[in-house]
Design a protein around this ligand. Structure first.
Ligand code: URA
Length: 234
């Protein structure tokens, strides 16, 4: 498929050379969960396993399993996109802008993610779903704690079961380690075959890291191409 001008521009910005023929055409938790508990109670998967999208979203919106996060959030950030997407991107947790707007990846890192999608001829909402390990913003954007990730996992698992994506792209170390139950560094997790509950999983850099280290964008592009071949069933 020929690349659009915008796709070529984005690939150029990512440091990926693009050769174009001169004549080419343009291209439940229970809302009353014990808020004083030190360790958040994980979502009971049996409790959410039968929920459809609306009920799941409503359950997330009132979850207070992680009392510290729930008490400081503006709102939960459920996830966004095509409910039957082939592609599921999973980041770590909402930041300030996401907490304010209730949608994942809407800050600067999200703009880069959108550009990466454009480079793949994809767009947010069409065949793409975006979610996070956590539904609530950790204070000061600290890393999610393992017990918080565990507490939230039942919700994410239900989302994955409803979406049934062809590939999961784990964005960054926190998402990758959490989904894979690994403590290996991102550099060792990238470029390998993984699966999460039977769905192929590709590990790549977090867009926020790529903003700080644009020299790594070419490697991220290789990861995305691998994800694309998984979606295509190659
Ligand atoms: N970083 C993430 O990991 N997720 C978001 O939603 C925003 C920034």
């Amino acid at each position: 498929m020929p690349l659009s001008r915008r796709q070529r521009e984005i690939l150029g910005e990512m440091g990926i050379p693009v050769w174009v023929r001169r004549d080419a055409p343009p291209v439940s938790l229970d809302p009353v969960a014990d808020a004083s508990a030190e360790r958040p109670a994980p979502v009971d998967v049996r409790d959410v396993a039968a929920l459809g999208w609306e009920d799941l979203r409503a359950r997330v919106a009132v979850c207070v399993a992680c009392a510290e996060l729930a008490s400081q959030r503006t709102q939960t950030v459920f996830g966004v996109g095509d409910p039957a997407a082939d592609w599921l991107f999973i980041g770590e947790a909402p930041g300030a802008e996401e907490d304010r707007r209730g949608e994942p990846f809407v800050g600067p890192a999200g703009q880069l993610l959108d550009n990466m999608l454009t480079a793949l001829a994809l767009q947010r909402g069409t065949n793409v779903h975006i979610a996070n390990i956590l539904k609530c913003r950790p204070p000061g954007n600290r890393d999610p704690k393992p017990e918080e990730a565990e507490a939230c996992r039942g919700f994410l698992d239900r989302q994955i079961a409803l979406i049934r994506p062809r590939v999961i792209v784990a964005l960054g170390r926190v998402a990758a380690q959490s989904l894979l139950g690994s403590s290996e560094p991102l550099g060792r997790l990238r470029g390998r075959e993984h699966a999460y509950q039977g769905t192929p999983l590709v590990v790549t850099y977090h867009p926020a890291y790529l903003l700080r280290s644009p020299g790594e964008k070419a490697k991220a592009w290789q990861d995305l191409l691998r994800a694309r071949s998984l979606v295509a069933g190659a």
